[in-house]
Design a binder for this molecule. Structure first.
Ligand SMILES: Cc1cc2nc3c(=O)[nH]c(=O)nc-3n(C[C@H](O)[C@H](O)[C@H](O)COP(=O)(O)O)c2cc1C
Length: 206
């Protein structure tokens, strides 16, 4: 991770809508979900929103600061967001102090091996982090179609997206239902951003 401390003085207000999908993934399963969210948002928004997935290990702080919506996601390790995702969170403390992200949209997703696996705890950590920044939370309002691996929102999560990966490579898992759910999540978020863009104030420099 680079540029932890410095704050980029971007001027996002007149540069069009941007959505950053910021995630951490050790073995690629959560990355697969992040890329599906990115794809769903892009397919819906076309050229109305610039959408980029950003790995916390290779952060583009300038894009994140310019984005009016940030979608945070982590793999679940020991019932929690990963250590790397927590390091990302902690590295935003100057932005928190200067209220740099106040009024932006936030949303969250969590992927893990267990059906529950304490993903809700990870989503709550991400939501609390977003509230600390004064962001506005967007959930996942899509009704479950059932509980099989082909179903949409099969884990019945509304606070944010939950996906589950089996003991196999990211080419195989998470499966079709979860990946389609991630695309729908991206679509919903892009629609939210287009229909309700935040009215952000220029940040004071202190
Ligand atoms: C050290 C370790 C701790 C884990 N803890 C959990 C856990 O608390 N809950 C769970 O459901 N899965 C847990 N898992 C499984 C991972 O969530 C799962 O392998 C997931 O696909 C990892 O995502 P990634 O490929 O994006 O890193 C753990 C795996 C490891 C290696």
């Amino acid at each position: 991770m680079t540029d932890k401390a410095s704050i980029v003085n971007s001027s996002p207000l007149d540069e069009g809508l941007k959505m950053a999908v910021i995630y951490h993934s050790n073995y690629g399963h959560t990355r697969k979900v992040a890329l599906a969210i990115e794809q769903g948002a892009r397919d819906y928004a076309q050229d109305k929103v610039e959408v980029r997935a950003l790995d916390v290990d290779d952060m583009d702080w300038e894009f994140a600061d310019a984005a009016q919506m940030m979608v945070f996601g982590s793999a679940v390790y020991m019932g929690s967001i990963t250590a790397e995702f927590k390091t990302f969170m902690d590295s935003t403390s100057k932005r928190w102090f200067h209220r740099k992200w106040h009024g932006k949209w936030a949303a969250g997703f969590a992927n893990s091996g267990g059906l529950s696996g304490d993903k809700l705890a990870a989503l709550q950590q991400i939501c609390g982090f977003s509230m600390q920044h004064g962001m506005n939370w967007a959930g996942f309002p899509v009704m479950p179609t059932g509980h099989s691996e082909q179903d949409i929102n099969r884990l019945s999560s509304f606070m944010g997206l939950m996906t589950q990966s089996g003991n196999d490579s990211p080419e195989v898992t998470p499966g079709e239902g979860d990946i389609n759910s991630a695309k729908l999540f991206g679509e919903h978020l892009a629609q939210t951003l287009i229909n309700q863009p935040p009215k952000l104030q220029l940040n004071k420099e202190d």
